[in-house]
Structures are given as structure tokens and as C-alpha cells.
Design a protein around this ligand. Structure first.
Ligand SMILES: [Zn+2]
Length: 467
């Protein structure tokens, strides 16, 4: 289904020249691109991207996940070791515990935790795998990590978290060591900071999941899921494949589910007994968000989207082709669905450039209050650059969305939308940087001026884009 969606976009790109393709023509209509970005076709994922296999088992206690992660990496730069992120910076995740029990591989010499600012008493924020010898660019390294994830519901986190457990559901996003490789640049070894947000910079990887779970539970997760198969002991194994996953989410619970097809995407929503909404309503609301955003940003990036509503603590977390919802709020749903383009498909370092996904996801909601532009402080910068949570959210989300809306106003809606669409299609499945956005906006000086003024883009980004 992905290939079909990409083809449709390309066809419409060609039609632009012949008959004009406006947004009224439907979700595949691509506005004519600007001078700085002549691309109309979505970039294909790197054929040499990592391959990840996750073989995991949720124990009958519903609180312990064990299994093996196999990672096949062909780095495009020489490497001396491999780095994984254990805790992607949610300070509230400290009550849960992810450990690496063993590490294997032909070139593997051992491994160890690296503190990287993790909470005292926890294993560490990062895990380093030592290699017997340096590995040149282009040589393939295979590593197997035996892992154990222990989830707690005894300790109440400060708000919705990517990891959690309750009587009728267990969920984990970023629940396994995440390869922090940024093609063309190397390892992301960012420290944990006080501000709560994501800090991953993971490449899109060809990912397969196998989840063994108690037989009376339903699994909703990233990727295109096959029907479950029975396993001895009254368990079932659920499998899925996402060929371009940066990070995956898995929810296992007593879900009632509903499915809706929208465009080339199958949406599956799941709710628990007593939820504020039905599975049908959640699936429909998600499909509506997909439909609306396809009209602005092009075909939905994935053939499937899983939306488990796992809690009512409020909030949501985006993963590749899956969204963990802690709230059935429809405005929040639009934000998380927008992350499928901005984070899922157009990746970014969430530590170094959090605004590239959060400002765009907030802008996609239609939020962009011009009053926010007057707030002092820069939209851009790393997660370490913000004094506290309030400042981080006000500048990255609020002022960031306002700056994008003002840039659109300044450049003209059609030209700006075409440039953003081109940014999306040309940076698909990469880890984008601010200069890539600046490149797509070349020729739209009024928009660039607004974004520089707001401290979203730096002058150096604009200059780098012109090189
Ligand atoms: Zn967000």
C-alpha cells in the first residue's frame, strides 16, 4: 500500500505541469514546488538502513517483558563501538527499568551502561556495545541484545508515560534499547535533561516484531500486524512488520478494537472497558485526522496505524505507525497523527532540534497564535537550552507553531505549502536538520526572515542551505 501511495503522489506531481493540482483535488494533490525544492516525489528509504528484529515475551504477571533484540547495522561511517539509548528522557520513566542481560555478535567484545545523566539507581541512559576491532564504513555488524523490561504500577508517574501498566493493560514505547545512529553524522549520545520530552535520533529501520502474550489479551502495535497464532501454554504470538520504524510501541490489553480504512491506510483503534470513547469513535476520529492532514502534507506515511487508548492520564506519544493515547481528545489526536509525518517519516534529532517535529505537529493542529511570537526566547535549540518545562513548551510548541503560521502568511499560503510539502517529500525517512527546511524555503525570503526572527532557523542554516 505504501508503494501505491507514493505512485499516486508522483502522478499528481506530473499533473501539476499539465492541469494544475490543487489541494481541492484530494490528498495526493501536490502544489507546485518552489525554486529551492524542485522535488515532487517522495524519497525512498535507504536500502542499506538497519534491520531490527524484536522477539519479546510479556510474562503472565503482565509487568515483565523479556526477549532479544537483533540489530543489523551497515554504518556509512567507520565505527569503533555501537550506542543504544536505554531511556529516551522522560524523567517520569525512572520507576520502570530496562536492563541488558547479555550481548552477542561476531564482532562484539562486550558492553556496558553509560550514565548520561540518568536517575541514580537506574542502569543508565545509554548502553555501549564494544567491538573487537574498528568497523569500516559499509561493513555489516550484527548484534543481539537480551533484554528485560520491568514495568511498575506501584509508582505513580507525573502524567502519561511511554511505559505503563494497569490491571487491564500493559504498554511500552521505546521499551527496548534504541540504536542512536544518525546516517552521515554518527552516534547521538545526548544526556538526559530535566525537561520531559523525547530525545531519540533513531534511523528508520526495517523492523519485525514478535510478541508473545497471555492468550486472553489483544496486542496493538507498530507495523502491519498478522492475525495471532496459538502457542502452547494458552498464549498467543502476534507479529508485525514496519519496514521504516525508528521506534515502536506495543500495547497489550483487554482491548475492544475497531478498524477503518482511510486512503491507503488501515487504522486500528483499541479501547479498554470504561473508556470515554468507543473503539469505533476513536478509529473514525483518527481517520478524519489522517484525511485532513493528507490534504496538507501528502499521503499518509504508513499502510497501517495502531491507536491504543491505554490510559486517561492525558497526553499522547508518537511512534512509527502507532500512537499511544492517554486521552481521547480529538485535537490531541491531530497532533499525534501529524507526528507520523513530522518525526515518523521526516525524522529529526528530538534532543538537538525538538522544534522540527513539535512545532510542525502543533502547527498542523491549526494552532499558531501570533501573540506567541512576542514571547522572548528562541524556538530553536536543543532540549538542554530551555530553563524548564513551561519555557520548553511555550517556545518549541507555542512560538514554534506561531512562527510557521506567520511564515506562511508572509510567503503566501500556496508557495509556503508547496515548499513544506517539498521538504516532507525530499526528507522522507531521513533525519532532517534545520538547514534542510531552509533549503526547501529558498526563494521565500519573507518566510525565512520570520523563522530567523523567531530563532527557529539560524542565519547559518539559511547560509548552509544556499551552499
Ligand atoms: Zn508532540
Amino acid at each position: 500500500m505504501r508503494a501505491a501511495a507514493v505512485r499516486a503522489a508522483a502522478v499528481c506531481g506530473a499533473l501539476v505541469l499539465l492541469a494544475g493540482c490543487t489541494s481541492a483535488d484530494g490528498p495526493t494533490a501536490a502544489p507546485e514546488p518552489g525554486a529551492g525544492c524542485p522535488v515532487t516525489e517522495r524519497a525512498a528509504p535507504d536500502p542499506d538502513r538497519p534491520v531490527v528484529d524484536l522477539d519479546l515475551r510479556l510474562a503472565d504477571d503482565r509487568r515483565t517483558v523479556t526477549g532479544t533484540e537483533t540489530v543489523v547495522l551497515t554504518p556509512d561511517l567507520p565505527v569503533e563501538d555501537l550506542w543504544f539509548r536505554l531511556v529516551p528522557n522522560a524523567p517520569q520513566s525512572a520507576g520502570h527499568r530496562l536492563t541488558v542481560e547479555a550481548v552477542r555478535g561476531d564482532l562484539v567484545a562486550g558492553g556496558g551502561y553509560v550514565d548520561a545523566g540518568a536517575a541514580p539507581g537506574t542502569p543508565g541512559g545509554l548502553y555501549r556495545v564494544d567491538l573487537r576491532e574498528p568497523v569500516p564504513a559499509g561493513r555489516t555488524v550484527t548484534v543481539e541484545l537480551d533484554l528485560r523490561l520491568r514495568l511498575t504500577d506501584e509508582w505513580t508517574p507525573a502524567g502519561f508515560d511511554r511505559l505503563g501498566a494497569a490491571d487491564d493493560v500493559t504498554w511500552w514505547g521505546s521499551g527496548v534499547p534504541l540504536l542512536t545512529w544518525e546516517p552521515g553524522h554518527g552516534w547521538g549520545r545526548d544526556p538526559m535533561v530535566e525537561v520531559s520530552g523525547e530525545t531519540t535520533a533513531a534511523p528508520a529501520a526495517d523492523t519485525t516484531l514478535h510478541i508473545s502474550a497471555p492468550g486472553d489479551l489483544v496486542v496493538l502495535m507498530s507495523g502491519d500486524q498478522a492475525p495471532p497464532r496459538e502457542e502452547p501454554g494458552g498464549r498467543r504470538v502476534w507479529e508485525s512488520h514496519d519496514p521504516v520504524a525508528r521506534d515502536v510501541a506495543v500495547a497489550v490489553g483487554e482491548f475492544d478494537t475497531a478498524t477503518v480504512d482511510v486512503g491507503g491506510t488501515r487504522v486500528t483503534a483499541g479501547v479498554l472497558a470504561g473508556a470515554d470513547t468507543s473503539a469505533e469513535e476513536l478509529a473514525e476520529a483518527t481517520a478524519e485526522a489522517v484525511r485532513a492532514l493528507e490534504g496538507r502534507f501528502g499521503p499518509f506515511p504508513y499502510p497501517t496505524l495502531a491507536v491504543p487508548l491505554v490510559s486517561d492520564d492525558g497526553g499522547g506519544e508518537e511512534y512509527s505507525s502507532a500512537i499511544l493515547m492517554g486521552d481521547a481528545d480529538e485535537d490531541l489526536l491531530v497532533h499525534e497523527v501529524a507526528h507520523m509525518w513530522f518525526y515518523g517519516m521526516v525524522g529529526n534529532s528530538q534532543f538537538r532540534d525538538p522544534w522540527l517535529d513539535e512545532a510542525f505537529a502543533t502547527y498542523a493542529q491549526g494552532h499558531g497564535d501570533t501573540d506567541d511570537l512576542d514571547r522572548a526566547g528562541a524556538v530553536g535549540g536543543s532540549m538542554a537550552d530551555f530553563a524548564d518545562q513551561d519555557e520548553y513548551e511555550a517556545l518549541v510548541y507555542g512560538k514554534g507553531a506561531a512562527a510557521l503560521a506567520a511564515a506562511r502568511e508572509a510567503a503566501g499560503e500556496q508557495a509556503f505549502d508547496a515548499a513544506v510539502r517539498c521538504y516532507v517529500e525530499s526528507q522522507a525517512w531521513t533525519i532532517a536538520r534545520p538547514e534542510d527546511l531552509a533549503r526547501a524555503l529558498q526563494g521565500l525570503e519573507p518566510a525565512l526572515d520570520v523563522l530567523v526572527e523567531a530563532g527557529a532557523l539560524g542565519r547559518q542554516d539559511v547560509e548552509a542551505a544556499g551552499d
